[in-house]
Ligand binder design. Structure first.
Ligand SMILES: [Ca+2]
Ligand SMILES: [Ca+2]
Ligand SMILES: [Ca+2]
Length: 394
């Protein structure tokens, strides 16, 4: 079932932070401090009981503002920025299988001027793009089993990540749709994960399986380890199984190393897909599948289905209607403020920016993903305008 939850429990990763097992990057002091302040904050709020952090059991760590697909045997927690945590119920309880929510995406491309790369920032890794992080536009949940995240870049590139799960299956689908306001070339999309098979970061042995376009990991300390795999429904052009640090470094530098095997380590794995060019009005669709399975996934087990493309045009139009309604509300409040001779300059600036986004969105309806992103940005700006005017009027 889908829950729009404000708090997600992250027990095993906290164990990592408190455990004496060291990894220089992951044990960074500032991260520890962050966790500690979070726990202290939650104690004050009464969300975590003091008993929860004494004794052997780690405290529950809670992360704000995420969406969760709580299926069986797979649970998928998607952070507001679209980074993913995957839990797998091997027998009776769910096993955390990703370090924090470090399943991340990055996009590289050339504009007429330069090569650009934007991406996520894993907790234990660098920003996955020389130009910085994606702009995180929105997260929506059209039903209990789907989470959609919208991102953009300053070059007018829009990315929609859609995750869907059919309850009971040992895999879930993930898809990216990329569109652009101006022509771009040499596109490369990366997706990778800091694996945490069997609930710990260590001992993950990783392989590339070319017949299935699959990178996968299993934990060598468990004879019955389940397999965690990323399968390219859209055939990938690069892959890497490695230490998680090498894997993130490769993505950040713009190329995977195609390494096929890595003996037990704190592992990570990634795939990349390429496309030579993308023009306004076109959409590049990349489909992949995350598999969690006790047995090696054979061809008959690996799904070939792609996510049905949701039509973004009705969504963009619907969001433009919402933006128009909010514009009317903002204009009403603006009139009231002006009648009272209040200084409305700051609020009006926000309103003008929103109007520019709406006009731009309307111009780009032939490119509905981009238009929808602009409409969503306009809605956010109009909400700020309304808050601004309400504060002014009092
Ligand atoms: Ca995790
Ligand atoms: Ca790992
Ligand atoms: Ca492991």
């Amino acid at each position: 079932m889908f829950k729009c939850i404000s708090l997600i429990i992250k027990p095993s990763n906290m164990n990592y932070w408190l455990s004496p097992v060291v990894h220089p990057m992951k044990e960074a002091n500032d991260m520890k401090k962050k966790w500690i302040s979070l726990v202290v904050g939650l104690l004050i709020l009464g969300i975590v009981s003091p008993g929860a952090i004494s004794g052997d059991k780690p405290p529950n760590i809670l992360i704000l503002g995420a969406a969760s697909i709580t299926g069986d045997p797979i649970q998928i927690n998607v952070a507001t920025n679209g980074m993913i945590d995957i839990l797998y119920k091997k027998t009776t309880s769910y096993i955390d299988s990703v370090f924090n929510s470090d399943t991340c995406t990055a996009l590289r491309y050339s504009t007429a001027q330069a090569v650009a790369q934007y991406g996520h920032k894993p907790d234990a890794g660098p920003v996955l793009g020389v130009n910085g992080q994606f702009t995180y536009v929105s997260q929506t949940n059209p039903n209990s089993w789907t989470v959609i995240n919208n991102w953009s870049t300053p070059d007018g590139v829009a990315i929609v990540q859609t995750i869907t799960y059919t309850n009971g299956l040992k895999y879930f689908n993930i898809q990216w749709q990329v569109s652009t306001a101006t022509s771009i070339n040499n596109l490369k999309l990366f997706h990778g994960s800091d694996t945490f098979v069997e609930g710990d970061d260590a001992n993950d042995e990783l392989r590339w399986d070319p017949p299935h376009n699959l990178v996968y990991a299993k934990d060598v300390t468990h004879a019955d380890s389940y397999i965690m795999g990323l399968y390219g429904v859209t055939p990938p052009t690069e892959h890497q199984v490695d230490t998680y640090g090498n894997m993130w470094a490769s993505i950040a530098s713009g190329a995977l190393n195609n390494q096929d095997y890595r003996s037990a380590v704190d592992g990570g794995m990634a795939l990349a897909w390429t496309r030579s060019s993308l023009s306004p009005g076109q959409t590049w669709v990349v489909d992949a599948v995350w598999i969690m399975d006790p047995a090696f996934p054979t061809s008959s087990k690996i799904p070939s289905k792609k996510i049905q493309l949701p039509s973004m045009l009705p969504l963009a139009r619907n969001n433009l209607i919402k933006a128009d309604i909010l514009t009317d509300q903002a204009n009403d409040l603006l009139s009231q403020a002006k009648e009272k001779n209040l200084d409305t300059a700051t609020c009006e600036k926000l309103l003008n920016e929103a109007n520019e986004l709406i006009e731009k969105s309307k111009k780009h309806l032939a490119n509905p993903i981009y238009a929808n992103n602009l409409a969503l940005q306009a809605i956010a700006k109009l909400k700020d305008t309304i808050e601004c005017l309400k504060a002014l009027i009092g």
